[in-house]
Design a protein. Structure first.
Length: 360
């Protein structure tokens, strides 16, 4: 534990001689400040609470439950937090993190210091969180910078610096959020995931003979339709058909997210180094992140490593193949991911497909 006394300006208030543990991740410093000075940590989010039921709101709603005072084994009520990003911890020697899933799971199940309401005594609490909303875009923040205490050589005092954690942590091109969601969200996601599974089963079960029969039947239907509408304007008929099909389709979230952008840092600490933005070219997005009935066959020819990415290094823009880029870390003198941007993947289905799945 590394304790320092600092002066903090919080909105219109100034707090002097605030004691903070800088050995903890930077993301927890705000929590320490609020708990030690009876500041409402949720004030910043109150304006958004009424609007976050909309899935298009780009924030992640977390249910924090089973907040347990470890020393007294007390269980407290469920609370809600609205965050604009997910946190990926880098782990410790006892709990190493090698993959994005492990770091996020560690941030959703952690131990925090908090003053107990009964006697205002600081205790260690166990905090468990789950995701209760899936925004259109998901930001993941790697906590690669930690504070360290350094004793000056001339005994002039102690200084606090930030050091970079260069541990190699891998992350996927397609990130599945299902395991981190609440039971309510899991039930909603099961509808889309079951439809995808049924489509795959249907494709694998269809033999060439059955496909030929279906093609013949479809041709007969098309011929009959064309004959009945021979006097109509073909362009008008096609537009009308497309409009009907478009109106009938329903979009459902699958719980999966596609990686579309990365921010990397090159350097040894937070105060120095260089940031670079990387963006996946839009033509390589997986059908604009919508999974239709034909995408499963297209997936055989699609490979994330074949996609092209734009590297935006100040005023220099260059193109790189995804397979040639290493974002994962391991060396401070190379580009290491600190922020990820994922885009939600939805499935387009018909009302019949959706109703059939709900009935089953």
């Amino acid at each position: 534990m590394t304790l320092v006394n600092i002066t903090v300006k919080w909105k219109n208030q100034v707090f002097n001689n605030i004691e903070l543990d800088v050995s903890e991740p930077l993301i927890l410093l705000k929590t320490q400040l609020c708990n030690n000075n009876n500041i409402d940590n949720n004030n910043d989010n109150n304006d958004n609470n009424n609007n976050n039921n909309n899935n298009n709101n780009n924030s992640v709603q977390q249910n924090d439950h089973n907040n347990k005072d470890i020393s007294h084994n007390n269980i407290f009520e469920t609370t809600q937090e609205f965050n604009n990003k997910l946190i990926c911890y880098m782990g410790t020697p006892n709990t190493p993190v090698n993959h994005l899933h492990e770091g996020i799971r560690l941030s959703l199940h952690e131990k925090i210091r908090k003053n107990r309401n009964e006697d205002n005594k600081e205790c260690i609490y166990e905090k468990k969180s789950e995701i209760n909303s899936l925004p259109p875009y998901l930001i993941v923040h790697f906590l690669r910078f930690e504070s360290k205490k350094i004793v000056e050589s001339n005994n002039s005092g102690v200084s606090v610096v930030t050091a970079k954690i260069c541990r190699k942590v891998s992350f996927p091109d397609t990130f599945d959020m299902y395991d981190f969601c609440s039971e309510k969200i899991k039930e909603e996601l099961k509808i889309a995931r079951d439809i995808i599974m049924k489509r795959k089963d249907k494709e694998t079960s269809l033999s060439p003979q059955k496909e030929n029969i279906q093609n013949i039947e479809q041709n007969n239907i098309n011929n009959q339709y064309n004959q009945n509408n021979s006097n109509d304007n073909p362009k008008h008929v096609q537009e009308h058909t497309n409009q009907i099909n478009k109106e009938e389709l329903i979009e459902l979230p699958t719980g999966e997210y596609e990686l579309i952008s990365v921010i990397t840092h090159k350097g040894r600490n937070e105060e120095s180094g260089h940031y670079i933005a990387w963006k996946k070219m839009k033509k390589f997005f997986s059908s604009n992140s919508n999974i239709d009935q034909n995408e499963s066959s297209n997936k055989k020819t699609k490979n994330a490593n074949d996609s092209l990415w734009l590297k935006m290094d100040d005023d220099k823009v260059s193109t790189h193949k995804f397979s040639s880029i290493d974002f994962y870390g391991g060396c401070s003198d190379y580009n290491i991911a600190v922020l990820l941007l994922y885009k939600r993947k939805n499935i387009s289905c018909t009302p019949d497909e959706m109703n059939m799945d709900i009935k089953e």
